[in-house]
Design a protein. Structure first.
Length: 85
């Protein structure tokens, strides 16, 4: 993956990102924007309790939900699948 001039991947370790790092990035961006977890959860179409428990680490979640959470706070998120070389 070649980063563009305007974006750079953050938190990547080799080819994988730990869910914990993704959650920290999402929480930081939500806080930076002054967005409540209730509003963010509505935008992600998940329960507020799910949002809060995911952010606090009390609930394990899927990458699908993390991507929806990231997009809800304005982060670009995607999953890339590629053949091993």
């Amino acid at each position: 993956m070649i980063p563009s001039l305007t974006t750079q991947p953050i938190g990547w370790i080799g080819d994988t990102m730990k869910k914990e790092r993704a959650i920290k990035m999402i929480r930081a961006e939500r806080n930076r924007k002054g967005m409540s977890s209730f509003i963010a959860a509505e935008k992600a179409d998940i329960n507020q309790s799910t949002w809060s428990r995911t952010e606090s680490g009390d609930r394990a979640t899927s990458w699908d939900v993390l991507i929806r959470m990231a997009k809800a706070v304005g982060l670009n998120a995607s999953i890339t699948i590629r053949k091993k070389q």
